[in-house]
Design a protein around this ligand. Sequence first.
Ligand code: F6R
Length: 617
Amino acid sequence: MCGIVAYIGKQPVFPILMKGLHRLEYRGYDSAGICIYNHNRLNIYKKRGKVSDLEEFVKDKDVSGTVGIAHTRWATHGEPNQHNAHPHYSQFEDLALIHNGIIENYQTLKKELIKQGRTFYSETDTEVLVQLIDYIRVSSRISLTEAVHQALSQVVGAYAVAVMSKESPRSIIVARKGSPLVIGIGKDEFFAASDASPIVEYTNEVVYLEDEEIAVLSLSAKGKPKMEITNLKNVKKVPLIQKLEMNLSSLEKNGYPHFMLKEIYEQPQTIRDSLSGRINMELNTVALSGVIDHKEKFLKARRIIIVGCGTSWHAGLVGEYAIEELARIPVEVEYASEFRYRNPIIYPDDVVIAVSQSGETADTLAAVKIAKKNGAFVYGICNVVGSSIARASDSGSYMHAGPEIGVASTKAFTAQVSVLMLLALALAKEKKMIKKSSLEQIVRAMYELPEKIEQVLKKDPQIADVVKIFTYSRNFLYLGRGYNYPLALEGALKLKEISYIHAEGYPAAEMKHGPIALIDAEMPVVVIATNRGNYEKIVSNIQEVKARKGRIISIVNEGDTEVKALSDFSIEIPRTEAILSTIIACIPLQLMAYHIAVQKGCNVDQPRNLAKSVTVE
Ligand code: F6R
């Protein structure tokens, strides 16, 4: 939520900031703004709307200069308008600041600053922070760096900030707590951003700032770069420089009309990558280093608690079914936001698995911290390398799905499920709960997943055609049983978030306990009917829908006849092992949501009110 980018060096700053904002726009797109130092002043330009609106707005402005900061906003405090857009000035325009996060005690601080004669021009918590820094700096006659230290010690909440000053234009101060911030080290230049995407084409050397660390990035008069990191207690820190592994082309649409479609089509490859090195075709076995290295923790686990939000929570539910079925370890799946506040019972012999694409979701990160505080072993399943959750976990496995830019999660979901299935198999193997022949069979099926996904992708034109008549439906119901129940939830979430059509996912048998009242001839019901175990049961559920004139779109296995005969439309997918079926069956659901949204004219990559990385509560 909110993206920040900063640059100090010798290159023209404007194109670097604008390109960075475009890359970070998935984090929020309510407004965008920049501040560039030139002609002895800090020049702020900001605009409500998208980064392209800002670009248009600054066309006739002087944006020369080599030092600057920029921000793309997902509104929390104050509506999305020009006043509330970042950067914010201090009272006399001596400082400019951008912020990602929430300052929780901003009201108290604001009242005090007003008493001290400060005037505010926005409703944001961010303006309070820049005014506070400036007030401390001026009233105590201390350096900007010291003022930033003191101000950040007073604030409660989460922040990633970048501050510029008119007096010291050869330096930028950045700091973080709770919100992500990465510094790129170039030749005679520094970059800072919410993630590495604005940095990757300039340097692959980065430092991930830790919580409560402050970095002063400066250039000497001769242009020599210097980075000094301290924590809030003023203790000097030695930066840990890491190599960035990110491919620039993964940040482009590469000819696809939308990132979401590109990411759906990438799934054969992302599944290959998430399984690579973890399954062995010759021995037909699985090896997940995170599990092998901490075998004792898993084998002694009283239970496993999976925490996540949204799509990641859905993947967690699929994980629960598989781990309980194969490894016979009790599993609970919790919304991270509930887990963190409901005073949960956590035993030291619990294993907590945190699932998160971004690795930055505030609630999931908080859940990890609570689990660790209670002595549980935390295993992170994240996509973004070096992200906060990955770093806060005791161990884990990356998903290797590559950058996901479309706000609706697609390839991350299938990669999350793949890793969770590997985990379930690895645990079952270690606990000797699975027969060698069954393990071999599932591993072989895992190898076949990418090819089977490719076969489903070939049905894209058919899927686009099927959903045409449902473009203006006002409600959708998604039903599934067993592994397909979490998938019903995921299918409904995909549709509602990008097409704004109300959709609900239900376990098929629950329909009779309420939702069946909704069914009439106007109600499309998507049924995922690929299970073999409870096939007859789902056939009965479909009949119940048909009897009330509901219209059935079914996802069935190739060769199915019974469900197909009852359905208005069917999409056939290749058969696979039950525990892997969601990885294939979710592809038509993603494509259905995508085509409905496109046909409705919605912005599928940047749906209204959403941001990809939810770094605030
Ligand atoms: C839905 C979606 C969200 C995320 C959720 C968690 O398409 O993308 O529901 O799954 O915000 O995000 P991560 O996985 O980054 O923790």
